[in-house]
Design a protein around this ligand. Structure first.
Ligand code: SF4
Length: 444
């Protein structure tokens, strides 16, 4: 029997997909990239915001087309992930195309859902999400072997007013340092050079199991692993970004001088309404400390415009903050109302045209800053992890330095590079900086 998979949403969801792929393979199911050739189709969904929910439903309906004999041979269509967790039975009732629903806490029971649905039983296996994978679980990487995500914790206790993730993924739960170390050792043995640590909030790692933020301790353990070239940390909540963590990043050459600190806003009144623990002053102090302690650090952040009640002057405060702090990379979202969140009950919604206006305004402010920062590194020499070659020009490859995370940041284009292969690490002198990407020449 063959199974096909579509994985939507974030890298945390992708790891659940990779574990489900491992379980299917171990159970004797063959994996296929061709949905028309699959007996079983699985869609690992995202339900973070409205647009993600719509994409998930559209994808399920597209896969359902392969249940028609003229298109394919699918006999079991399984919905997993955040949409399954959030809507369970209601989703199965509303989508006759689907044969089984799994939640984010029950993904290890994927074979049970497949067997039941092939036997003609439409099942819903959703419960409170208390699950987190471990190194013992089978996992098939879907990223190239030289780079791998490692989920160090699941769930979130921060309860930001706009966010549905705690409602879906449950309470924060860290994996143990030994378990993570075992997995990273295996990934490195299998060719991983870059390990990307992820969670809903990586800075809170260990607060539950070790009683205090322990990401620094974990990092000091992981850098000892031979063959590991780069550790990257994503999704860190500023409040729990300790001095110990800053020192560890500063002192350990294997740790990317790159931090991803979603801040969401900069006006104290809005931050308070968002139930964020930070203030403008505390975030400015953290950024100052990072830049003093780690020269050349790349800071990425994320902001929401159009949160309920956001006035023009509150938006202006955010705009000034972004202009002053000059982040290298910024993601901007328009506020999306999510049922069940505290913000959904708030009045004073901002009209869509105002949200769009603020979104485009802040994007243009940031594009100018990103370009200036990318131009300021012209002449610098960087180690670049090669990810591919330009299809048109044979002497151009591309990849990422410590300054670029996968999927969300730009690329480094490498001129004069005819030989390097994906996974190679080459030295590059930056010659041109643009708003999103940079260009450099290979140093032979
Ligand atoms: S930190 Fe806030 S935004 Fe991030 S997952 Fe937790 S509740 Fe959501």
């Amino acid at each position: 029997m063959k199974a096909g998979f579509v994985s939507l949403g974030c890298a945390k969801n992708l790891i659940d997909t990779e574990v489900m792929l491992g379980i299917l393979k171990e159970s004797g199911i063959e994996l296929t990239h061709e949905p028309s050739d699959a007996d079983i189709l699985i869609v690992n969904t995202c339900a973070f915001i409205e647009s993600a929910k719509e994409e998930s439903i559209t994808t399920v309906l597209n896969m359902a087309e392969y249940k028609k004999p003229e298109n394919g041979k699918c006999r079991s269509l399984v919905i997993t992930g955040c949409l399954g967790q959030r809507y369970g039975q209601e989703l199965l009732d509303e989508m006759p195309e689907a044969d089984a629903i799994l939640g984010t806490g029950t993904f290890p029971r994927i074979m049970e859902a497949v067997r039941e649905s092939l036997a003609g039983n439409r099942v819903v296996l959703v419960g409170e999400d208390t699950t987190i994978y471990d190194a013992k679980m089978p996992r098939i990487l879907t990223t190239p072997s030289y780079t791998a995500y490692v989920k160090i914790a699941e769930g979130c206790n921060n309860a930001c007013a706009f966010c549905a993730i705690p409602l879906i993924r449950g309470k924060y739960r860290s994996r143990k340092i030994e378990d993570i170390t075992t997995e990273v050792k295996r990934l490195v043995k299998n060719g991983a050079k870059e390990i990307i640590l992820i969670a809903q909030d990586t800075a809170s790692y260990g607060r539950d199991v070790y009683g205090k933020p322990s990401l620094a301790r974990l990092l000091r353990r992981l850098v000892k692993i031979g063959g590991l070239r780069l550790i990257r940390i994503l999704y860190s909540y500023p409040t729990f970004f300790t001095d110990e963590l800053i020192d560890t990043i500063a002192n350990e050459p294997k740790i990317a001088k790159y931090v991803d600190l979603p801040m969401q806003h900069a006006h104290d009144g809005v931050l308070k309404k968002m139930h964020r623990a930070d203030t403008r002053a505390s975030m400015e102090a953290l950024i100052k400390k990072l830049r003093e302690r780690i020269p050349g650090i790349t800071i990425r952040s994320t902001f929401i415009v159009g949160f309920p009640g956001e006035t023009d002057s509150q938006y202006q405060t955010l705009r000034n903050f972004v202009e002053e702090q000059r982040f290298a990379k910024v993601g901007i979202f328009t506020y999306s109302e999510e049922e069940g969140t505290a913000a959904a009950k708030m009045g004073d919604k901002i009209p869509d045209d105002i949200k769009e206006e603020r979104y485009h305004d802040l994007m243009s402010v940031q594009a100018k800053i990103s370009e200036e920062i990318n131009k300021s590194i012209e002449g610098q020499e960087l180690a670049v992890l090669v990810e591919g070659r330009d299809e048109q020009q044979e002497n151009i490859a591309y990849g990422r330095s410590y300054r670029e995370a996968p999927d969300v940041d730009g690329q480094v284009y490498i001129e004069g590079d005819t030989d390097s292969r994906p996974g190679d690490i080459v030295k590059v002198r930056i010659t041109q900086g643009f708003a999103y990407d940079v260009v450099g020449e290979l140093i032979k």
